[in-house]
Design a protein around this ligand. Structure first.
Ligand code: PEP
Ligand code: MN
Length: 339
């Protein structure tokens, strides 16, 4: 980190600033520039509050040279992380497709969809038990019964299950869940992230609706700082001025996150687009750009789905897409490692 001071800082304030930095374990180099003093900091600057330093009377500007996240940073962990999700590996060349309905609706529905997506080549089953809905009058999910039904579908098909937690109070219900999903709306629920950092479950962390990549990685950092390094990042579309699609899929998030972090990155083309017709082309684009996997909504009867029917694929459309994905996979972009 480099701190540029205002011209002629008051000696007392400068000394106080320098000893404050020393107390925080920083090695400090003060250089006299033509007009300004420039303070170079060496050490773990991730614990320093850059905004607080910038607000000091004697400080003109601050430049961070190192990202504020450590555990998620590719610089300190050059090899791709591989996350074991109930025996299914994601990352480091392991590509997986998670598929299933937006919400678990009944035992018949979840078991039928689980069988169909497995047959088509999906390796994990998704299904919401706790649903974050925009309206309080919409279907809110079957809650604990939904998790019980997912476990039934897992028993029948062997597919590991991925389902969303909305609140810390639900954590005990997730004992047998293979991957805990943190939804876009909870990406910055820091108390939830901290608690998940103390579990030994893989966490599928979705990007917030208006979050930057750095904010997503800082949320991953919250989980990892607690000791749980099993984080999978998920780009699910962000809010832009475009209204034709539900969100805007940020394809460049794939190579960008791969450059910044060693964590696997998967794409959700369903919530990115909101339209079933757009799911296959965007899924293929994500595969081509080097994603480590996809999470796709599939429903046996999209027209009557209790949640997100318009963006859900039928099992037939999903099976067709899987054929395309498998054909494209060998040509997917691979990050170039420079020495
Ligand atoms: C979901 O996956 O069902 C979901 C609600 O996704 P998101 O948090 O990305 O909106
Ligand atoms: Mn959904």
């Amino acid at each position: 980190m480099i701190v540029m001071l205002k011209p002629n800082p008051e000696r007392k304030q400068l000394d106080a600033f320098l000893s404050w930095l020393n107390e925080r374990g920083m090695t400090v180099h003060v250089n006299q520039g033509e007009y300004h003093k420039i303070v170079g900091l060496i050490g773990d600057t991730s614990t320093l509050d850059i905004d607080m330093i910038r607000a000091l009377d004697i400080v003109d500007d601050v430049v961070r040279l190192q990202e504020p996240y450590k555990n998620a940073n590719r610089k300190f962990h050059p090899n791709d992380s591989v996350i074991d999700c109930g025996g299914v590996k994601v990352g480091g060349g392991n590509f997986q497709v998670i598929a299933g309905p937006c919400s678990v609706e009944s035992e018949e529905q979840i078991c039928l969809v689980a069988r169909e997506v497995k047959k088509a080549g999906a390796t994990m089953l998704r299904g919401g038990a706790f649903k974050p809905r925009t309206s309080p009058y919409s279907f809110q999910g079957l809650r604990d019964e939904g998790i019980r039904l997912l476990l039934e579908a897992k028993k029948e098909t062997g597919l590991p299950i991925v389902t969303e937690i909305m609140d810390l109070s639900q954590l005990d219900l997730f004992d047998e869940v293979d991957v805990i999903q943190v939804g876009a709306r909870n990406m910055q629920n820091f108390e939830l992230l901290k608690a998940l950092g103390h579990t030994n479950k893989p966490i599928l962390l979705k990007r917030g609706l208006s979050s930057t990549l750095e904010e997503l990685l800082m949320s991953a950092e919250y989980i990892m700082a607690g000791g749980n390094e099993q984080v999978i990042l998920c780009e699910r579309g962000i809010r832009t001025f475009e209204t034709y699609t539900r969100n805007t899929l940020d394809i460049s998030a794939i190579p960008s996150l791969k450059e910044l972090s060693h964590l696997p990155i998967i794409i959700d083309p369903s919530h990115s687009t909101g339209k079933s017709k757009l799911v296959a082309p965007t899924a293929m684009a994500a595969v081509a750009a080097g994603a480590d996997g996809l999470i796709i909504e599939v429903h046996n009867d999209p027209a009557h789905a209790l949640c997100d029917g318009p963006q859900s694929l039928t099992p037939e459309a999903f099976a067709k897409l899987m054929v395309g994905i498998n054909a494209l996979r060998p040509f997917a972009y691979k990050r170039e490692v420079t020495a």
